[in-house]
Design a protein around this ligand. Structure first.
Ligand SMILES: [Zn+2]
Length: 125
């Protein structure tokens, strides 16, 4: 699972709806999305849920413990920013980049309702 290269997997849980991975980033700091300066001063934490590629035919979800950092650059207009985990999160996305890539391939091959049925059948609703 290359999308988990930069994270620690805290737990893997299975239920009737699929499998859930609880993860957190290993990096001690993150780059500000406004100015690019690194910060290690954590301002807050929250959970973010992302859909991921299926695992053995089961729907997969990633529950990420995301840190919100304070930007230490006084010239920066952005006072806080959320960390992004490479290969796993992008701003405001509810899917991982690998799942988005797979769904784009399905959409380009069989668009519309047929594509939606195929994606649902592949555990990628
Ligand atoms: Zn900044």
């Amino acid at each position: 699972m290359p999308q988990f290269a930069a994270v620690t997997v805290d737990s893997v849980e299975m239920d009737g709806d699929g499998v859930r991975f609880r993860i957190r980033a290993r990096a001690a700091d993150a780059a500000c999305s406004g100015c690019g300066r690194l910060s290690s001063r954590v301002h807050a934490r929250y959970q973010r849920e992302l859909s991921d590629l299926p695992v053995s035919g089961l729907r997969a979800r990633v529950i990420a413990a995301i840190r919100r950092f304070k930007c230490l650059n006084p010239q920066c207009a952005q006072s806080t920013f959320s960390e992004q985990i490479p290969g796993l999160t992008t701003p405001f996305a509810r899917r991982t980049p690998p799942l988005t890539g797979a769904l784009v391939k399905v959409a380009l091959s069989v668009a519309g309702r047929a594509g939606a049925r195929l994606a649902a059948g592949l555990a990628m609703p």
